[in-house]
Structure formats: C-alpha cells, structure tokens
Design a protein around this ligand. Structure first.
Ligand SMILES: [Zn+2]
Length: 254
C-alpha cells in the first residue's frame, strides 16, 4: 500500500518521506518516529512559522521545564536530549527549583498569546502523530479539525489543563529520559466522541478532536471532572503558558 501523510493526506507519488519525523522531540528524549509524516509537513513544524520560534520550539521549551524539574530529582540519571532554552533560565538549589524568564521572552517580541497558540498546535502535533503511531488511525475525515489547527493554523481550539490535588505522579522506569505519551494509562483520563485527553510528563490535557457544540463542551467538562474528582481539583482553559504548572510545584506541597 502507498504511504500517505497523516497531515496533508498526500501520497508517496506526490511527496517524499525521507526524513525521520520524531513524534516527541528528540531534545525531550523522544525516540519514536512516525513514518507517515511527509518531509514537507515534518519541516513545517520545525520552521520558524512564528517570527522567533517554531511550533516544535514552543513545545520543547514548555516540556523541557518539567523534564528539568523531574530529572534534577535524580541526578545520577544520564541525561539525554538536553537543549539550551531561549525563553527560560532554569535553576535548582537543594531541591528548590526556580524558573527565570529571560528578558527576551518577557518584554520584547514574544507575544504570550501567540506562544500559547504555538504550544497548543504543538501539543496537537504530539497527540496526532503518536495516535497514528500507537493506534494506526488518523486518516478519518473527523480529524480535519486537528489537521486544520495544528498544520494549517486554522481556527483556535481550546486546550484544558487539569490541576492535581496532590503531587503523586506515576512515572515508569525510563519515562523521564524517554517520555511517553499516554492515552489511557490512568482511569481518570476521559474521552468521548468529541474530546480526548492525554497525559505527558505528569501533565493532563484535554481538547476537542472533532467539531463540537457548546453543549458537548459542557458535558465533556462535567464528565471529565467527575471522573477525576479524587486526583484533580479542577481545570482551566490555557491562555498563557503560565497556566500550566510547568515546574509541577504541586509536588512540593505537603
Ligand atoms: Zn504531509
């Protein structure tokens, strides 16, 4: 069967599939590839579509903060996939973590709204490429919404972040070195026809995967929060990256 790109839906006769498309960025320790991403779509996500950064950068910068915090706990671990942040200075002293936002990020040209949008599009990329890799789906028409937002910059889809009630996170063996994207590891992850949830590096996000009505949204939030009431205290639609508990400060609460 001919290869077909999950993003642009073009086949091998029209596009090439020569470069390896990391589903989770290499600099975050990702080691999996999706063979169904064509070269031009793969390139797109790594290009500076936003004046100073790419979609992939927005994703890496964000999760790198969490990874830094988690990896520092266990310094004996070999660190793979380190990279130099352009937005944050990360510091740790005796198990105390601080994140200092660089001036360039604070004052100049980086619009927080835009960075958040880039991050959300990156999160969808992560989700969609892993979904296809793990479950061999993604070509269905219903994923038009996902493709449109992430690859073609259409619409604006909401992404919800769930706040934990306490800082217990389940991480398996090498998960810090090679992070894994989960669709249903824990039974608190809820999904239905319109919305889905993923867990990545201790963070839980929920977002639409299909056109929905305000009523669908309300139902989703209600059902999801009900399922999570033991472990989570609520959720918020992310508007800025600071809405995410990037340093997992919940782990410090006694
Ligand atoms: Zn493509």
């Amino acid at each position: 069967m001919n290869k077909k790109c999950i993003w642009c839906l073009k086949e091998e006769s029209e596009v090439t599939f020569l470069t390896k498309a990391h589903t989770i960025p290499k600099s975050l320790g990702g080691q999996n590839f999706n063979p169904n991403v064509c070269d031009s779509c793969n390139k797109y996500f790594g290009e500076r579509t936003y004046k100073y950064y790419s979609i992939e950068t927005a994703l890496k910068e964000t999760f790198n903060v969490t990874r830094f915090r988690l990896i520092q706990k266990d310094k004996t671990k070999r660190k793979i996939g380190e990279f130099k942040s352009i937005f944050f200075d990360l510091k740790s002293k005796k198990n105390h973590f601080t994140i200092v936002v660089k001036d360039t990020f604070r004052f100049d040209y980086v619009s927080q709204n835009q960075l958040c949008r880039a991050f959300k599009r990156g999160l969808y990329k992560l989700y969609f490429e892993e979904l296809n890799r793990q479950k061999s789906i993604g070509y269905e028409n219903t994923f038009e919404l996902v493709r449109g937002f992430s690859r073609y910059d259409l619409d604006d889809l909401p992404v919800y972040y769930f706040y934990r009630s306490f800082g217990v996170m389940l991480m398996l063996g090498n998960e810090l070195e090679t992070p894994i994207l989960y669709f249903e590891r824990m039974n608190y992850l809820y999904s239905n026809e319109y919305f889905t949830e993923i867990e990545f590096l201790g963070h839980v996000f929920g977002f639409p995967i299909k056109k929905y009505t305000p009523n669908d949204l309300e139902n989703y939030i209600q059902n999801s929060l009900k399922l999570k009431e033991t472990f989570f205290k609520g959720c918020k639609e992310i508007k800025r990256l600071t809405d995410i508990d990037l340093l997992l400060t919940i782990m410090d609460e006694k």
